[in-house]
Ligand binder design. Structure first.
Ligand SMILES: Nc1ncnc2c1ncn2[C@@H]1O[C@H](COP(=O)(O)OP(=O)(O)OP(=O)(O)O)[C@@H](O)[C@H]1O
Ligand SMILES: [Mg+2]
Length: 454
């Protein structure tokens, strides 16, 4: 810290040199300028930590110099030297960012104290910058482990990411996310919220399949005290809690019909009433809904209101199953290995290529969630630095089953071929009698002859 570079900008030679001499003995690096233009030249070549700046200067006044320095070098701290009793200049210079001031004449010790204060101030600022960086880093890590990062190399996922960005930019367009279980509907919904202007507001995640039928209305819109038996306290509903934010209506197909009607009305007017109240409350919420069911056929079967679907569906994002976007398997595997290595404190250096091959051919009925769980289990089983196929017990078992199946099949086929040959020999290649011997039809025999090229 003692290597602090200080510029003295003062037109009074006596002061300038007096200060310089003192600061040199204190171990600072000192530069001197008589006029602002000289001072700017020095700052250009040698950015200083502190400028000691006289208010009365030739060319322009100290406040103007202060503003000019702060504009080009916001990190440079400035200590103003003002005339005795000139409070107006003091206030003005502090307003323009001076960190301290001294009135002429002053004792040199006072100057040292002012520099020390400035030094502490700079150190504190550095600490804050450091802490902020750490904080941001931590937050991004938390988001990471929280499953906020969306991985997707495939064309399908790239298109979805593009669409998410576009739709996040609109203010309150409703969005319907569809796709099989575990494809990432929730992570996409959260992603849209995070990309939108509502990101610092609430993201309220509601699972429609877990609300009892008779509570839907009061859960969504709240109720006043005494609105019904059991309503002891006033209660805010989801639309109030999520105001200015996003509501995520998960498993929307499980919403009972009477509630679908109410929801539609509310979404059309952007107003609702608490149960037991006759006051309209305005709200501003973006609704994202999701389902893993075939909502269009639900509409055809009159189980889901067509007009509500129309209202929820301004934008539809369909996430294909993982088996239809195999390009995502490897990046997802690598990502989950990274995430779970950190969580489980393992250091995995290699991932066997056989794992990639197996996974590439696997169907993933549980989609990304299944892959994630698989990796977690594999990492728990793995106790060295190489992740091997054996750690993926689930898949290996399936693969062995199919191996055994094909083994059984080839034994059977060999047996069949042998019997066909024998029957043909015995009947002197007469197909009708060979078919009789084998107790199969002539056409079946022909097919088999064809198959085994006999
Ligand atoms: N593209 C992706 N990148 C990273 N993680 C993902 C991705 N897709 C899904 N996941 C992870 O897989 C898991 C399942 O995702 P999510 O809960 O979003 O699926 P879902 O479609 O809502 O499933 P369900 O219909 O069963 O509710 C989560 O842990 C999620 O973080
Ligand atoms: Mg979900």
């Amino acid at each position: 810290m003692e290597e602090l570079k200080i510029l003295i900008l003062d037109d009074e030679k006596g002061y300038r040199e007096g200060i310089e001499e003192y600061l040199l003995t204190q171990g600072f690096t000192v530069f001197m300028a008589e006029k602002p233009s000289e001072g700017f030249q020095i700052l250009k070549d040698e950015p200083c930590d502190v400028v000691i700046l006289d208010i009365k200067l030739p060319e322009m006044n100290g406040i103007q110099v202060l503003r000019k320095i702060k504009k080009s070098y916001p990190e440079t701290e400035i200590i103003m030297i003002t005339a005795h009793g000139d409070m107006e200049s003091v206030i003005e210079s502090l307003r323009y960012g001076a960190s301290d001031f001294l009135t002429k004449p002053f004792r040199l010790l006072k100057l040292k104290t002012a520099i020390e204060r400035t030094k502490r101030f700079v150190a504190l600022q550095n600490r804050i910058t450091g802490l902020k960086f750490q904080y941001d880093h931590l937050i991004s890590q938390i988001k990471d482990t929280d499953g906020m990062t969306i991985i997707g190399k495939s064309k399908a996922m790239q298109d979805i990411l593009d669409l998410m960005k576009k739709v996040a930019g609109t203010d309150n367009t409703t969005i319907l996310v569809t796709g099989e279980s575990g494809t990432g509907k929730e992570i996409v919904a959260r992603g849209i919220h995070t990309l939108s202007n509502r990101k610092n507001r609430t993201f309220l995640d509601i699972n429609c399949s877990s609300i009892p039928d008779n509570l839907f209305e009061s859960e969504f819109f709240g109720h006043t005290r005494g609105a019904f038996t059991g309503a002891i306290e006033h209660k805010s509903g989801y639309f109030e809690v999520a105001n200015h934010g996003t509501i995520f209506l998960d498993e929307i197909c499980d919403m009972p019909k009477h509630m679908q009607t109410k929801l539609l009305r509310v979404l059309e007017g952007n107003i609702f009433r608490r149960v037991g109240s006759n006051r309209d409350i305005k709200f501003d919420v973006r609704v994202i809904s999701a389902t893993n069911q075939d909502i269009d056929s639900r509409v055809k079967n009159h189980e889901f209101r067509e007009d509500l679907l129309y209202r929820l569906n301004t934008f539809r994002i369909h996430i294909p199953p993982l088996r239809e976007r195999k390009d995502d398997i490897k990046p997802l595997l690598d990502y989950f290995v990274k995430v779970y290595s950190r969580k489980l404190k393992k250091s995995i250096k290699n991932v066997s290529n056989r794992i990639y091959d197996y996974l590439f051919n696997y169907e993933f009925p549980g989609n990304v969630r299944e892959l994630r769980n698989m990796v977690e289990r594999a990492l728990i089983l793995c106790d060295n630095s190489t992740l091997r196929i054996e750690h993926f017990t689930h898949i290996v078992k399936k693969a062995q089953e199919t191996d055994e199946d094909s083994l059984d099949l080839s034994i059977l086929e060999n047996k069949e071929k042998e019997m066909l040959t024998k029957a043909l020999e015995r009947s002197n290649n007469n197909k009708t009698s060979a078919a009789k011997l084998l107790n199969i039809s002539r056409s079946a025999l022909n097919r088999k002859i064809e198959k085994y090229k006999l």
